[in-house]
Structure formats: structure tokens, C-alpha cells
Design a protein around this ligand. Structure first.
Ligand SMILES: Cc1cc2nc3c(=O)[nH]c(=O)nc-3n(C[C@H](O)[C@H](O)[C@H](O)COP(=O)(O)O)c2cc1C
Length: 183
């Protein structure tokens, strides 16, 4: 069992959002938490396309998520929403898969115009799976440099990321899935 499971929803082979997710994962590991990464790229495309609920791989993903003390979900903004492939994955997972689990939602996008996609798209999806959402993080591509060890190059969003990650880690360590998403 891992303390934190991180789900990456980008189909890109050189994904910015995934780069940020790995960075957050290594920060959590430095605070003595165990971390497991799941990427939509590692899931069989036929299982996703044909909604294969009974696939052993999908059941294993469900098991990891159910046992996690906290979950971070990251996706690029695609057409003003989350990526289609992350929705395809969550569609075939049990409906209460994130019950009582602190969830840190994260999006990367090219434009500030779609900042609210985290509010109207990603957070409702995670809430429908019974996750306890934190406020969440939205990164503009211009605030990231995926070639750097710490890909977050904008001071303001870096500060917000540190605060939210610390709060998330605190909740994970407390085993607390019931809290307000005020941060
Ligand atoms: C198919 C596609 C659709 C996109 N649609 C949007 C969009 O509607 N709004 C936006 O701000 N960025 C959009 N982008 C830009 C990505 O959200 C942005 O570059 C993101 O950081 C990519 O993340 P990734 O590298 O993890 O895949 C789109 C990119 C692609 C490839």
C-alpha cells in the first residue's frame, strides 16, 4: 500500500503536468511518505475504449486508489476541460473510489482563460467519486519549465503549491478525509 497515489491524465510522452506530478511526488517522499504513480499511458487503450471494468489492470488501479491515504490527480486542459482519457479511466472505476480521501486536483493549461476548468470540470469529477478536494492548483505553461529539476519557475504559484502540498501531506498523515477546501 502507498500513502499517496498520483494519477496522471496526460497522453503526452513529454508531459508538463506529469513532470509537475513527479516533482510533487518526490517532495512527498522527502517527507517520509510512500508514493505510487499511475499514468493513463500505462493503461491498455482497449480497456479504456471499451470500458472493460473487469480488466485485472483496472482492478489493480482501483485497489491502489482505494487503499491510498491521499490522491493527487493531474491533467492537462483539453478543450476547456480535463483530458478525455482521464475521464475514460475514471468512468470505469468504482463510483466511490475516492471515499474519505484527501484529493489534490491539478491542471496545466496554455491559457489563463481556462483557469476555471479546475472548478467546473475536474473538481466535480473527483467529488462524484467521493474525494475530498483541496482547493487545487492550475499552472500556466509559461509558469513551468519541464527541463528543470523543479519545473515550477513562477514564484507565486510555487508558493501556493508548497502551501497546498504541505496541507495535503498533513491531512494524509492525520488520515483525515473530512475537511474544508479553503486553502
Ligand atoms: C488537444 C489539446 C487541447 C488543448 N486545449 C487547451 C484548452 O482548451 N485550454 C488551454 O488553456 N490549453 C489547452 N491546451 C494546452 C495544454 O493544456 C497545455 O499545453 C498543457 O500544459 C499540456 O499538458 P501536458 O504536457 O501534461 O499534456 C491543449 C493542448 C492540446 C494538445
Amino acid at each position: 500500500m502507498s500513502d499517496i497515489v498520483i494519477v496522471s491524465g496526460s497522453p503526452s510522452s513529454s508531459s508538463r503536468s506529469e513532470r509537475v506530478l513527479y516533482h510533487l511526488g518526490s517532495l512527498a517522499e522527502q517527507k517520509d511518505l510512500s508514493v505510487k504513480h499511475i499514468s493513463v499511458k500505462d493503461v491498455d487503450a482497449e480497456d479504456l475504449l471499451f470500458g472493460n471494468f473487469n480488466s485485472p489492470e483496472i482492478k489493480e488501479i482501483a485497489r491502489k486508489l482505494e487503499q491510498a491515504k491521499g490522491v493527487i490527480v493531474g491533467t492537462p486542459v483539453y478543450k476547456a476541460s480535463y483530458s478525455g482519457v482521464i475521464k475514460a479511466l475514471f468512468d470505469i472505476l468504482p463510483q466511490d473510489i475516492l471515499k474519505n480521501t484527501p484529493v489534490l486536483p491539478l491542471m496545466t493549461g496554455g491559457s489563463p482563460s481556462h483557469l476555471l476548468a479546475i472548478e467546473y470540470a475536474l473538481k466535480p469529477l473527483l467529488a462524484s467519486l467521493k474525494g475530498q478536494n483541496l482547493k487545487g492548483l492550475y499552472f500556466l505553461d509559461s509558469q513551468l519549465d519541464k527541463t528543470k529539476e523543479n519545473p515550477i519557475i513562477d514564484e507565486d504559484i510555487l508558493d501556493r503549491t508548497t502551501k497546498q502540498l504541505d496541507y495535503f501531506i498533513e491531512k494524509v498523515k492525520q488520515g483525515d478525509g473530512s475537511f474544508a477546501s479553503f486553502l
